[in-house]
Design a protein around this ligand. Structure first.
Ligand code: FAD
Length: 484
């Protein structure tokens, strides 16, 4: 039976119900969504696998603390409105999280069903009820009466949007300043349409605006206004959520050749500027026949799968460790494999080779081997002498990581930062070194995940609320963070 048709029949409750997907041969040529949502029948079958544990472990695996058994119980009762309002008590972006959260590493990892068989597919169920709500039109309870306090949020990614919605629900007047022309952060400029349709992001941004949040696009804080200017304009607190949008490079010879993109530039052109719909949208993109993508995370996979859809004949991921160490989501790795993306593991580029016009025509790489795991349990890749090999490629996309956007840090005197420009915060409160200035998401952790950014937004929202109600926070800044 094709995977996409596997349903949860009552005979085997240890197996999760598969979500249907577009056929790999078809989907590798279009930007339509790969994973299709559950039908009602599939959702009910999957929900029936949840044991409604009296002592549920899944909730502690969710960075925003959704009452998972409670929302699944509503699904079992076909009370989908009840299910979505239960989720929305904690999460304002459920249709997004249901699609891109690494549930297998979080809530689903703790699911009791996973001890004997497959965990309940919590993310797919979350998506199911969020999509029903989106189709019907999201209803918004009238926002609380404004309490007279104003909070500025800098950056409209998942962290900023979470703080904005949580505080708006408590009656604060919120203004979100966003450098780009649309809200969503990486959700709109990084993650491609075929994983996260932009209408889904827009519907959730619209919901947050309908809570009373004012959105100011095209507003680069640090240039248009500084953080001090925001206080001078009468804001009572500021939350900084500017993300990690600066690409890292390898610093090897030839990296500036034509035909070599940073993943950021490539994905921004494709997703935000919609070059996959050129010429209806005006931004073009050039993708050659043989593409190499350097890196092993979600960003590398998204770049590779976009390049394939834009007409490349072959796309290879070049990763210096093995498949087991790839930081990308397992589901996305196997989706990419099904689509025909090739993987060259234990390989690291040494230099890029130009043609006579300065266009990349090849890449010399060295084969790596992994050392014994160190104290942290991670093996180190080391080069094997004499293993240099040439690979002929005409397009390269470098996706080896991102660092924090620096403008707010540079223009805010007294704002303490850690190495790499990460803003130092108290992890329990989100407070920075400055009074009434909070930060969260990738800018305060280094590149991480949508749900961790939202989790840190929730912590900061609670602290800002406490502060503005008159209970002052104690500041104890972190001195280091674990970056991914
Ligand atoms: P961002 O999403 O980066 O948002 C920051 C916002 O601040 C941006 O809109 C930016 O324009 C704005 N901004 C920056 N500077 C200023 C300024 N000075 N003034 C005003 N606005 C400013 N995570 C997952 O959980 N699952 C995935 O599948 C996944 N895939 C990913 C794929 C890609 C290609 C990328 C790049 C990341 C992916 N991630 C994924 C990671 C995840 O998207 C991020 O961890 C998350 O978006 C961080 O949220 P944030 O709000 O901190 O920052």
């Amino acid at each position: 039976m094709p995977q996409s048709l596997k349903t949860c029949s009552p005979h085997n409750r240890w197996e999760a119900v598969e979500a249907p997907k577009q056929d790999p041969r078809k989907r590798s040529k279009n930007f339509e969504e790969v994973v299709l949502g559950y039908s009602e029948e599939q959702a009910l079958a999957e929900a029936s696998r949840c044991l409604t544990c009296p002592n549920p472990q899944c909730i502690s695996g969710c960075p925003v603390g959704i009452d998972i058994p409670a929302f699944i119980k509503f699904i079992k009762e076909k009370n989908y409105a009840g299910a979505i309002s239960k989720i929305k008590e904690k999460n304002s972006l459920p249709a997004i999280c249901g699609r891109v959260c690494p549930q297998e590493e979080q809530c689903q990892k703790n699911c009791i069903m996973g001890r004997k068989g497959e965990s309940v597919s919590i993310g797919r169920l979350e998506r199911f009820v969020a999509d029903i709500e989106n189709e019907k039109g999201i209803t918004v309870k009238s926002p609380n009466k404004c309490n007279g306090k104003r909070v500025a949020v800098v950056g409209a990614g998942p962290a900023g949007l979470t703080v904005a919605s949580d505080l708006a629900k408590l009656g604060y007047h919120i203004v979100v300043y966003e450098a780009l022309h649309v809200a969503g952060g990486v959700l709109v400029y990084g993650i491609p349409e075929f994983r996260l349709p932009k209408r889904i992001v827009q519907a959730e941004v619209d919901y947050i605006q309908r809570l009373g949040v004012q959105l100011k696009p095209d507003s680069l804080i640090g240039r248009l206004f500084t953080v001090q200017d925001l206080f001078a304009q009468g804001f009572d607190a500021v939350f900084i959520a500017t993300g990690a949008g600066l690409p890292k490079f390898m610093g090897i010879p030839g990296e500036n050749l034509c035909g070599i993109y940073s993943a950021n530039e490539f994905l921004i052109r494709v997703n935000l500027m919609k070059s996959y719909q050129f010429p209806e949208h005006k931004t073009p993109i050039h993708v050659g026949k043989k593409v190499a993508v350097i890196g092993g995370g979600n960003v590398a996979l998204d770049s590779a799968r976009c390049a394939l859809r834009l007409g490349a004949e072959s796309v290879q991921i070049i990763y210096r460790r093995s498949r087991d160490e790839m930081p990308a989501r397992e589901e996305e790795i196997s989706n990419a494999e099904e689509e025909g993306i090739q993987f060259k593991y234990l390989a690291a580029p040494k230099r890029f080779i130009p043609d006579e016009l300065g266009q990349v025509k090849g890449m010399e790489y060295v084969t790596m081997k992994l050392t014994e795991p160190d104290a942290t349990g991670r093996s180190k890749p080391v080069p094997i002498n004499g293993s240099e090999t040439i690979l002929y490629v005409d397009t390269v996309i470098v996706a080896i990581g991102r660092t924090p956007n620096p403008i707010v840090q540079i223009t805010t005197p007294g704002l303490k930062t850690l190495s790499g420009g990460i803003i130092a915060i108290n992890r329990e409160t989100g407070q920075t070194s400055l009074d009434a200035v909070y930060a969260g998401g990738d800018i305060a952790t280094g590149e991480a995940t949508v749900i961790s950014a939202m989790g840190s937004g929730k912590i900061a929202a609670r602290s800002i609320h406490r502060l503005l109600k008159g209970q002052k926070e104690k500041t104890a800044l972190t001195t280091s963070v674990k970056t991914t």
